[in-house]
Design a protein around this ligand. Structure first.
Ligand code: GLN
Length: 510
């Protein structure tokens, strides 16, 4: 096992205390404490950025977590910051998944087809994060267009797990998760269509949050499957998830599916995540029967059991819940996701933008298109376009796509009913710990079924969070998932904070 470098947080030292974050220890600090130190003048944003860029370069050699390190942009922003920049994320170095547009930075979505694409605008979530003072230091490696659970479908090579170079970081937001786990940044953005934030979070031992569909704008997120896609957040502490969520959420006129109030940034300076502001309340959590037995590894089941104990010890009532539709969810998810992908990816025609593979002039536009798509998309993307086009084709539409939509409604109805009885649903995040490199390449279906717990939240538009919950025998992290009711994101984060605090106090007691 390679150790995660540098070692991970703890709640040691805040700004103003001796031993508060400094450029050498910034990586062990939470985003909120780091920002407070920058605002208070104890820490210089430019020095933090230099330290983060150095860490990014060192970890890149080991993990391949980044597609582009945005040194110039980061230094420019840090200089502005030194000139008096404030905000809830003042001076916090962040990593952005490479399917989120950052103006002027190369944005590839992990694809050869967009290898040289530099968008002229930033995604709304990126803009809002930067307005809050964050400094983007790198674009994170990812499965091509978000298609995968291992990050091995990236045109830029796989991301290795910071805990073991023989294992994957998970996908598709593998670079974001590895960067946070390895201590390069305290906060990263990812995207989650069927689990792509939560799965790598679980594999790398960090927290990952997919909010309610529509609560974060998708403007500037390169589309995979639009009715399932949602921007997500990765961090080492739940408080940082909440901070970033508050900064980015709220309606965006450029995304018609977005909704919600914009939080005022004015309160920024006093804006600090505190573990204790969850109101005292009686929580009730349901453990999903269908995800606590067959098909789940011994280590994941043990982690689930420990998580139940932690919750009970924290005064949470834990009950069992049965959801019969769970066993159809993966099939419905892959039909809907691929159908939407086949339509979304039609825009890469070799003409509008991105790669263009020339054909003989005499062969015409269709040959250019065919050759560009055939040579620039990776095998998993081509497989999914074929699958999705088939599911949507005349004669098969009702049998496949139409039925998948019905199953989706069933899954959503069942989850919503259950979430009327309990505050959250608990399950393992993944069926086990991180896959070995190459393990899933020959048999993609065995990779697809690993999304069984995570894809539920996307099918129903629900918020869900993955939390570290111990390790397997080899020392690889395992995670558990808490899934909440639609639009109950703040409550879910409060419950996760409650769990996190209880877990910390139990492990400090031994
Ligand atoms: N593993 C799932 C897929 O490949 C989820 C990916 C994602 O959430 N972007 O579709």
């Amino acid at each position: 096992m390679l150790p995660a470098v540098p070692s991970l947080p703890g709640h040691a030292g805040g700004p103003g205390h001796a031993g508060g974050p400094n450029p050498e220890t910034y990586a062990r600090s939470s985003a909120s404490r780091l920002a407070a130190a920058v605002r208070g003048g104890q820490l210089d944003a430019a020095a933090v950025v230099e330290a983060a860029l150095a860490a990014a370069a060192a970890q890149q050699a080991r993990l391949n977590a980044f597609i582009t390190i945005t040194s110039d942009l980061a230094r420019e922003r840090a200089a502005e910051s030194a000139a008096g920049r404030r905000g809830p994320l003042a001076g916090v170095p962040v990593v952005i998944k490479d399917n989120l547009c950052v103006a002027g930075a190369r944005t590839t979505a992990g694809s050869r087809l967009l290898e040289t694409f530099a968008p002229p605008y930033s995604a709304t979530v990126v803009e809002r994060l930067l307005d809050a003072g964050a400094i983007p230091i790198a674009k994170a490696n990812m499965d091509e267009f978000g298609m995968g659970s291992t990050n091995e479908n990236s045109a830029f090579g796989p991301v290795l797990n910071p805990h073991s170079s023989a294992h994957v970081a998970g996908g598709s937001s593998g670079g974001s998760a590895a960067a946070v786990a390895a201590g390069v940044v305290p906060l990263a953005l990812g995207s989650d269509t069927g689990g792509s934030v939560r799965l790598p979070a679980a594999f790398c031992g960090v927290v990952g949050f997919k909010p309610t569909y529509g609560s974060l704008s998708r403007y500037g997120l390169i589309a995979y499957a639009s009715s399932l896609d949602q921007v997500g957040i990765l961090a080492r502490e739940v408080g940082d998830l909440r901070l970033a969520f508050e900064v980015m959420s709220g309606v965006d006129p450029r995304d018609a599916t977005s909704f919600g109030e914009r939080e005022a940034l004015g309160a920024a300076d006093g804006h600090e995540a505190t573990a204790g502001d969850a109101p005292e309340r009686q929580w009730r959590v349901g453990v999903i029967d269908e995800l606590s037995g067959e098909g789940i590894s011994r280590a994941s089941l043990a982690a689930l059991e420990r998580a139940e104990e932690v919750l009970r010890a924290a005064g949470v009532e834990v009950v069992r819940v049965s959801l019969a539709s769970v066993r159809h969810a993966v099939a419905a998810y892959y039909l809907i996701a691929t159908a939407e992908a086949s339509s979304n990816l039609a825009r890469y025609d070799g003409t509008s933008y991105g790669a263009r593979v020339a054909a003989d002039a005499a062969e015409g536009q269709e040959a250019v298109m065919t050759r560009t798509r055939g040579e620039s998309f990776g095998p998993e993307v081509r497989r999914r376009i074929l699958m999705g086009s088939f599911a949507l084709s005349a004669g098969y539409y009702d049998a496949y796509y139409g039925r998948a939509l019905k199953v989706r409604r069933l899954v959503a109805a069942e989850l919503n009913r259950a979430l009327g009885e309990v505050d959250a649903l608990l399950s393992p995040t993944a069926t086990g710990s991180a896959y070995r490199l190459g393990e899933k390449l020959a048999d993609p279906v065995s990779m697809y079924v690993g999304d069984v717990a995570t894809c539920l939240a996307n099918l129903a538009g629900l918020p869900a969070i993955s939390l570290p919950a111990g390790e397997d025998d080899a020392g690889l992290p395992v995670g558990v998932q808490l899934m909440g009711a639609v639009n109950a994101d703040k409550e879910l984060l409060a419950l996760a904070t409650h769990f996190e605090a209880a877990q910390a106090s139990m492990s400090s007691r031994g």
